[in-house]
Design a protein around this ligand. Structure first.
Ligand code: PGA
Length: 261
């Protein structure tokens, strides 16, 4: 029912040449590995300055492009910020919102994420809303409490059609960039919890439509097992999205896992 989705977050990596090379590599790996766009959706979120270059390389290709953040206003005197309107005008499809690095280093709050979701939706961008607990919170057994609070606050006021336009990414902070991913069982337990929360915000049918991605040290070697779980619909990938072969391998594994379900 849900088409799997794999999105790459390039963070503040690559340079002009590197971004072009990576996008070209993705194109050739995609066809070399026989990825079928009817079985999986894919996207990449390069650093903002490189979006037009990457978009140019991927013109007409099923791989979509997205932003890593936005400012919730159309335009104005906000030095250094990028609006949803700008991302849309560059042909972006997705935008990552509330990533834990933005929460940690740039003071992003759930209330701020809420405004950003509204802005993204008004420009027909699909928000990929990130939630997840820190290691301390998990060790204290508070992970569900934390994710519930992040979800309720950042999704406040959204219902029906708006809610169904979202993608949620569960990214335990302790798993991001550490090489240690959540176990498929722990990830599935949280995804189930998120799905239940979405049912209570909307209804079961609506919740069943929303793609839930897992993020945190996803690689070719664990993608099959993780996405083999019924509520894990794909992945948000950091490190492994910087190598075309590794990223496409993840997509292959996700397709394989979903075929076996
Ligand atoms: P990682 O990053 O795959 O390098 O752990 C994931 C993310 O930050 O979205």
């Amino acid at each position: 029912m849900r088409i799997p989705l794999v999105v790459g977050n390039w963070k503040m990596y690559t340079d002009r040449e590197g971004a072009i090379k990576l996008a070209e590599g993705l194109k050739s790996e995609y066809s070399a590995k026989g990825i079928d766009s009817s079985q999986i959706k894919m996207g990449v979120c390069p650093p903002a300055p490189f979006i037009p270059l990457v978009k140019q390389v991927l013109e007409g290709h099923p791989l979509q492009v997205g932003g890593q953040n936005l400012y919730p206003g159309d335009e104005g005197a906000y030095t250094g910020e990028v609006s949803g309107k700008m991302l849309r005008s560059l042909g972006c499809h997705y935008v990552i919102l509330g990533h834990s690095e933005r929460r940690k280093y740039f003071g992003e709050t759930d209330e701020g994420v809420n405004k950003k979701i509204t802005a993204a939706l008004s420009f027909h961008l699909t928000p990929i809303v990130c939630v997840g607990e820190t290691l301390e919170e998990r060790e204290a057994g508070k992970m569900k409490e934390v994710v519930t609070s992040q979800m309720t606050k950042s999704l406040e006021g959204f219902s029906g059609g708006l809610l169904s336009s979202l993608v949620i990414a569960y990214e335990p902070v302790w798993a991001i960039g550490t090489g240690v991913s959540a176990s498929p069982e722990d990830a599935e337990e949280m995804h189930q919890h998120i799905r239940t929360l979405l049912s209570s915000l909307g209804d079961d049918d609506l919740a069943a439509k929303i793609p839930l991605l897992y993020g945190g040290s996803v690689k070719g070697s664990n993608a099959l097992e993780l996405s083999g779980k019924p509520n894990i619909d794909g992945a948000l990938v950091g490190g492994a999205s910087l190598k075309a072969g590794d990223f496409i391998e993840i997509a292959q594994k996700v397709v394989e896992a979903k075929k076996n379900q």
